[in-house]
Ligand binder design. Structure first.
Ligand SMILES: Nc1ncnc2c1ncn2[C@@H]1O[C@H](COP(=O)(O)OP(=O)(O)O)[C@@H](O)[C@H]1O
Ligand SMILES: [Mg+2]
Length: 251
C-alpha cells in the first residue's frame, strides 16, 4: 500500500539554500525505506517535512504535496499535534527525558490525557517490548532513564515514540552514537516493526542501508536521483551518481 505520496516537494531555507528540489516519490507501508546519500543532501530536511518539524525551522518557502493516507499534511489546517502522534520520530542523539524509564514511555500518553494506570502500564510494557528493551528493564522501571547505556537509551526513545501508536516511524541516523552491538539491536527491532509500520530511515552509512532497507531513495544536493528496491539500487543502479556513491567515491 502507498502510505506516503510526495508530489513536487520543494523547500528553501531563509538563507536561500534550496534543500529539496521537486521531490517525487511513493513510500510503501510495511517496509523500510532508506534515504541514502552524502551529508547535505536533504535527508533530514525531508524527514522533518513528513511530520512538519520544519515548521520550527527557518523555512521560507515550501511547495508541493505530502499525502499521508491520501491527506495533504502540508495544508495549514492540518492538526500538527495529531500528525506527530501518527508520524513519530527518533533522532540521532538518544536523549531521554530526565524522568524514570517508565515515565519516559508513558509521558506522551499522559500529556495526551491518559490517566488510567492499567492502560498506561499495558502501553508501557507493549512499547518497551516492541523496542526490544522490556527484558532488560522490566525490574527497574522506576530507575532514572539516565542510568541506561547509550543503546538502551536509544531503544527507550524508540519505545517513547511507539507508545503513541504511530503508523509511520521516522529515524534520523538513529545509531550514529551507538556501538555495533547496540546498533544491531536497533536494526533487529526495526525489521520486526516493519511488519506493522511504515518506516523511513536515514541510515548512518551505506552498510546500514544495505542491511535494513527494502527500498532506497538516493539523495544528492536536494534532489532525489534514484528510487527503487534496495537490491536493485545496490546491484544495478540506473544512475551513474548512485553507483559512484555506493562505490564510495564521495560522501
Ligand atoms: N535549519 C536550517 N537552516 C538553513 N539551512 C539548513 C537548515 N537545515 C539544513 N539546512 C541546509 O539544507 C541542506 C540539506 O541539509 P540536511 O537536510 O541536513 O541534509 P542531510 O540530512 O542529507 O545531511 C544543507 O545544505 C544544509 O546546510
Ligand atoms: Mg541529516
Amino acid at each position: 500500500m502507498d502510505k506516503i505520496v510526495v508530489e513536487h516537494l520543494n523547500l528553501r531555507y531563509s538563507d536561500g539554500t534550496e534543500s529539496l528540489r521537486d521531490l517525487n516519490l511513493v513510500i510503501p507501508a510495511n517496509a523500510i525505506t532508506a534515504l541514502m546519500g552524502p551529508a547535505g543532501g536533504g535527508k533530514s530536511t525531508f524527514l522533518r517535512a513528513l511530520n512538519r518539524l520544519n515548521d520550527l525551522a527557518d523555512v521560507v518557502a515550501q511547495s508541493g504535496r505530502v499525502l499521508i493516507d491520501g491527506k495533504d499534511i502540508l495544508e495549514p489546517e492540518m492538526d500538527v499535534i495529531a500528525l506527530r502522534r501518527k508520524v513519530g520520530m527518533v533522532f540521532s542523539r538518544p536523549l531521554p527525558l530526565p524522568l524514570t524509564i517508565y515515565q519516559n514511555v508513558s509521558y506522551g500518553l499522559e500529556v495526551a490525557g491518559e490517566r488510567n494506570r492499567e492502560v498506561l502500564d499495558k502501553a508501557v510494557k507493549l512499547a518497551l517490548d516492541q523496542a526490544e528493551l522490556w527484558d532488560e528493564v522490566h525490574d527497574r522501571l522506576s530507575d532514572p532513564a539516565e542510568a541506561l547505556s547509550g543503546g538502551q537509551k536509544q531503544r527507550l526513545c524508540l519505545a517513547r515514540a511507539l507508545a503513541l501508536k504511530p503508523e509511520v516511524i521516522l529515524l534520523d541516523e538513529p545509531t550514529s552514537a551507538l556501538d555495533p552491538v547496540a546498533t544491531a539491536k536497533i536494526e533487529s527491532s526495526l525489521s520486526e516493526l516493519k511488519k506493522n509500520y511504515t518506516i523511513v530511515i536515514a541510515p548512518h552509512n551505506t552498510q546500514q542501508t544495505a542491511r535494513v532497507a527494502d527500498w532506497v531513495a538516493f539523495f544528492l544536493q536536494g534532489e532525489m536521483i534514484e528510487f527503487g528496491p534496495s537490491k536493485d539500487i545496490f546491484t544495478r543502479p540506473k544512475d551513474k551518481r548512485t553507483e559512484e556513491y555506493i562505490l564510495g567515491r564521495y560522501g
